[in-house]
Design a protein around this ligand. Structure first.
Ligand SMILES: [Zn+2]
Length: 336
C-alpha cells in the first residue's frame, strides 16, 4: 500500500466528479469499488483489521495545532464523501492509549470557523472507528464568575451560525436526531472531574452560544447574549456537536475562557489578549488531555449517544436513493 493521499491506489480519484472519494493514507488500505454504484467508498472493514483500534479523538482549537504528547505519531490523510478534513489525522498514543488528533483550523490556522469542513472532519473520525471526541476550543465569558483562564464544561448549546451545513442528511434521506442534551454528559462530567483533580479552575454547566464570526461580537450582541442567560460564546461548537450526534459519537467540549468578550468595560477582547491567555490555557489543556486519556478507557458509560440515530431516520430504506445510501452507508449502519 502506498503512502498518503491516494496516489497509487487501485482506482481513480472520483471526488471531483462524483463528490465521493476514498479513505486512504499511510498504513491504511485502499478503497473498494462498489459493485452496484460504481462509486468509490472507503474500505472500512479492511481498515479496522489493518490498524489498532483508535476510539478517542481530540479536536484542537485555536492555539492547539499539534500535540507533542502524541507518541509514535503518524499522519493519515483521509478523503471522505464530504471532502477532505481540516488536516491530516495524527494518530499515535497518549498515556499509552491510541488517540487521533485533528487541528480544527488546520496547521497554521488557515481556516475561518465557517470554512472548517465539519462534515469531513466528523466523517473522517467515524471512518477510522472513533467513538469519543474531546473538542477543545477558546471561548469568551459572558458571566462575571467565569473568569479568563477557567475551563468550562458546558451542558447546553445555542446555534446562532448562519448558513453552515449542519447535517449529513438530505439528498433523498430525512433524519431528525435528538439534541435536547447536545453533549455527552458522561464524558463531560469525567473531563470536569479530571480537570479539578489537576487543580485547574473549572466550571460545569452553562450554555455555549455559537456565533457565526469571524468577527468578535459587538457590545449589543454581547449584552444580548448575557440577557439571554448564556454563559460563554464561541464560533465552532455548531455544527460540530450536531454532526457528532448524527455520527453516533460521544462528544464533549472543553471550553477555555480567554476573555470577557466585549461586555465588561475596560476588558474588551482583542486578538492580542486572546493569544496571551490562550497560551496559558493551552499548557493546562495539554495536561488535562494527557491525564484524562489515561483514565478514559476505564470509564463506565451510561449515555445513549450511540443509540440516538436508531430512531432518527424518517425515510424508509427502500425510498433512499442508492447514491445517497452509498454516501451515508457508514452512518446508517445499524440505524436503519
Ligand atoms: Zn456519550
Amino acid at each position: 500500500m502506498s503512502s498518503a493521499s491516494g496516489e497509487g491506489l487501485p482506482g481513480p480519484d472520483k471526488s471531483a466528479d462524483t463528490g465521493l472519494s476514498s479513505a486512504s493514507g499511510e498504513g491504511l488500505p485502499g478503497p473498494d469499488k462498489s459493485a452496484d454504484t460504481g462509486l468509490y467508498v472507503p474500505n472500512f472493514m479492511a481498515m479496522k483489521k489493518s490498524i489498532e483500534p483508535v476510539r478517542i479523538a481530540v479536536i484542537g482549537g485555536s492555539g492547539l495545532y499539534e500535540m507533542e504528547e502524541l507518541k509514535d505519531a503518524r499522519e493519515v490523510r483521509i478523503r471522505t464523501p464530504f471532502g477532505r478534513p481540516s488536516d491530516s489525522l495524527h494518530i499515535g498514543r497518549i498515556s499509552g492509549v491510541p488517540v487521533a488528533f485533528l487541528p480544527r483550523h488546520g496547521r497554521g490556522h488557515r481556516l475561518l470557523p465557517a470554512e472548517i469542513p465539519q462534515r469531513a472532519n466528523m466523517y473522517a473520525l467515524k471512518s477510522i472507528g472513533i467513538d469519543t471526541v474531546i473538542s477543545i476550543s477558546a471561548v469568551g465569558s459572558l458571566r462575571e464568575e467565569l473568569v479568563p483562564r477557567y475551563f468550562i464544561f458546558p451542558d447546553q448549546l445555542v446555534d446562532e451560525t448562519r448558513g453552515r451545513v449542519s447535517t449529513f442528511f438530505g439528498s433523498g434521506i430525512a433524519a431528525h436526531v435528538g439534541m435536547a442534551e447536545p453533549f455527552c454528559n458522561d464524558i463531560s462530567n469525567f473531563l470536569y472531574e479530571r480537570s479539578l483533580a489537576l487543580g485547574i479552575t473549572s466550571h460545569k454547566g452553562g450554555t455555549y452560544v455559537c456565533i457565526e464570526g469571524p468577527a468578535f461580537s459587538t457590545k449589543a450582541e454581547s449584552e444580548y447574549h448575557r440577557k439571554m442567560g448564556y454563559s460563554i460564546v464561541g464560533m465552532t461548537a455548531s455544527p460540530e456537536a450536531k454532526l457528532a450526534r448524527e455520527a453516533g459519537l460521544c462528544y464533549a467540549p472543553v471550553s477555555l475562557v480567554t476573555d470577557y468578550d466585549v461586555w465588561k468595560e475596560g476588558q474588551e477582547v482583542s486578538a492580542a489578549q486572546v493569544f496571551e491567555t490562550l497560551k496559558f490555557n493551552i499548557d493546562n489543556v495539554r495536561k488535562l488531555i494527557v491525564d484524562a486519556i489515561g483514565h478514559l478507557p476505564a470509564l463506565m458509560r451510561t449515555c445513549n449517544c450511540r443509540e440516538m440515530m436508531k430512531t432518527a431516520v424518517f425515510t424508509p430504506k427502500e425510498a433512499i436513493p442508492g447514491r445517497t445510501f452509498a454516501k451515508l452507508r457508514l452512518l446508517l449502519k445499524g440505524n436503519i
